[in-house]
Design a protein around this ligand. Structure first.
Ligand code: ADP
Ligand code: MG
Length: 134
């Protein structure tokens, strides 16, 4: 699907969010500035999260309070999960929460309940090509 601005990307994410349930994991891929965090923000708003949704910086993840708890992970700075504490993800990938993971590749084998894979690519200006596969 093609979006022409952040609002449209958030609306698309909100539609996906309606189908998610606790324990679901959504992997969000795409280069820096593609709109991964924007997408996660749209999904979070639809799930009733009112606090700011920004990429975690000093930790690998954040938890938000919504109608359903939401975890937001960004593994950009995680070079090698094997070299880290393997329990690192466990605080976030809990059965009660819906989890969104930016830069998931480094931890790909760790994700059991992948409900959807989202890929966002620049398509000129504010256009983005977004693929959602389940
Ligand atoms: P990422 O998390 O992938 O690094 P961000 O969501 O933080 O990306 O940033 C995306 C930037 O691109 C934001 O400044 C956003 O306003 C802008 N943008 C422009 N057009 C779009 C679009 N169609 N979808 C999403 N973001 C867009
Ligand atoms: Mg981001």
């Amino acid at each position: 699907m093609r979006t022409s601005g952040p609002d449209e990307t958030q609306a698309l994410a909100a539609r996906l969010a309606e189908r998610l349930k606790p324990g679901d994991i959504v992997l969000v891929s795409g280069e820096l500035g593609a709109g991964k965090t924007t997408f996660v923000r749209g999904a979070c708003r639809a799930l009733g999260v009112s606090e700011p949704v920004v990429s975690p910086t000093f930790t690998i993840g954040r938890r938000y309070r919504g109608r359903i708890p939401v975890s937001h992970l960004d593994l950009y700075r995680l070079d090698d999960l094997a070299a880290e504490d393997p329990a690192l993800l466990e605080d976030y990938l809990t059965p009660d929460a819906i989890a969104f993971v930016e830069w998931p590749a480094v931890a790909e084998p760790e994700f059991a309940n992948v409900a959807a894979r989202v890929t966002i690519a620049h398509a000129g200006g504010n256009e983005r090509e977004i693929t959602i596969s389940v």
